[in-house]
Design a protein around this ligand. Structure first.
Ligand code: PMP
Length: 367
């Protein structure tokens, strides 16, 4: 048999048409994508280095600056999910031997942060604004000042909170901020806005060692996004053209609607959801209402119920995704996300109806 002959036949699945069900994505993301954003992703592909593409990328940059409330020039989108932005931040500003301080869940008093920064002298302090695993929105005010005092960069993850809860990158002295496309922004997964201020740029462009990733190296990415002052943008990688179209449209919708209105709406709809959940006899996982994340609500698993059975029932009978916990919150909570486009009282009603149905029909375990 010659080496050039095909020995592996075409897989049978590839000879069947693609099937994608319609689902209510009421979990912590991805969220349903509005028709306008979906349509933008099906526009013809253009070259990633065409002038029209640069213009779209410039629009994206402006859209991110608005969404982040920053004037930072070094504002781009990663070609990758939220994790890509997370790794980009860390890979670019941290060198071998340096330490990073990470706030793990729970509430960090300012004083605790200060003590830990004094003790460990980290170059970077990482905080998740919207902690989607617990359904908690972490206060940010004041932490930037502490970080500056100790010459530490302040990195904030807003993957689950951007557009749903207020964040002010410049005013809150956040040095690096990133988000994801697939939550309250309502774009498909796969792109992730990130911004660096001058302090962060100084640190990352004066490092002695090269970042461990070529793809995430901001020296190249800043040129690709036209942020390095160079008029020529060189080829670095092929950006996700359709993903950028969709990201542009999702940022355009946010700009048209306005941040304040988006924050207000998430607050209003989440308050409506809390009331409905309490009326069903369910217990909110975060007791302090002011600390709840408006985009992702966590409820304690009702006593005697099997959460997997409830979620399976809701998916099967209501074509609706809600999810269980993640990491430390597994087995403790169920999560309901109503983000951006999905953030409507009618959707809260649908979620409440599905939960009520599951409570009625999922037999109590013999615990
Ligand atoms: N940070 C937070 C707070 C998140 O909720 C998520 C996604 N669940 C991520 C980071 C990671 O984002 P991605 O899945 O897009 O890589």
């Amino acid at each position: 048999r010659s080496v050039s002959s095909v020995t592996i036949p075409p897989p049978a699945c590839m000879l069947r048409p693609l099937e994608v069900p319609m689902r209510y994505l009421f979990g912590p993301g991805p969220s349903n994508v509005p028709p306008r954003v979906l349509a933008s992703g099906s526009r013809p592909i253009i070259g990633h280095l065409h002038p029209e593409m640069y213009e779209i990328m410039n629009d994206i940059k402006k859209g991110i600056q608005y969404a982040f409330q920053t004037e930072n020039n070094m504002t781009i989108s990663m070609s990758g999910s939220g994790h890509a932005a997370m790794e980009c931040a860390v890979f670019n500003v941290v060198e071998p031997g340096e330490s990073v301080l990470v706030a793990v869940n729970g509430i960090w008093g300012e004083r605790v942060a200060e003590i830990a920064i004094e003790k460990h002298k980290p170059v970077l302090f990482f905080l998740t604004h919207g902690e989607s695993s617990a359904g908690l929105c972490h206060p940010v005010d004041g932490i930037g000042d502490i970080c500056r005092k100790h010459n530490c960069l302040f990195l904030v993850d807003t993957v689950a909170s951007l557009g749903a809860a207020p964040i002010f990158m410049d005013k809150q002295k956040i040095d690096i901020l990133y988000t994801g496309s697939q939550k309250a922004l309502n774009a498909p997964p796969g792109t992730a806005p990130i911004s660096f201020n001058d302090r962060a740029c100084y640190k990352m462009f004066n490092r002695k060692t090269k970042p461990i990733s070529y793809l995430f190296d901001m020296t190249h990415l800043s040129n690709y996004w036209g942020c390095d002052g160079n008029t020529v943008r060189a080829y670095h990688h092929t950006g996700p053209v359709s993903g950028f179209f969709a990201l542009r449209e999702s940022l355009a919708i946010l700009a048209e609607k306005g941040l304040e209105e988006s924050w207000r709406k998430h607050k209003e709809v989440s308050a409506y959801l809390y009331k409905g959940l309490e009326d069903l006899g369910l217990k909110l996982f975060i007791p302090d209402r002011d600390l709840r994340l408006p985009s992702v609500t966590t409820i304690a698993i009702p006593e005697g119920y099997d959460w997997r059975e409830m979620l399976g029932y809701i998916m099967k009978h209501h074509q609706m995704e809600m999810t269980g916990g993640l990491g430390p919150s597994i087995g403790m909570v169920m999560r309901i996300g109503l983000m951006g486009y999905n953030c409507e009282k009618t959707n809260a009603d649908k979620a409440l109806h599905a939960l009520a149905d599951a409570l009625k029909n999922c037999k109590k375990s013999k615990a």
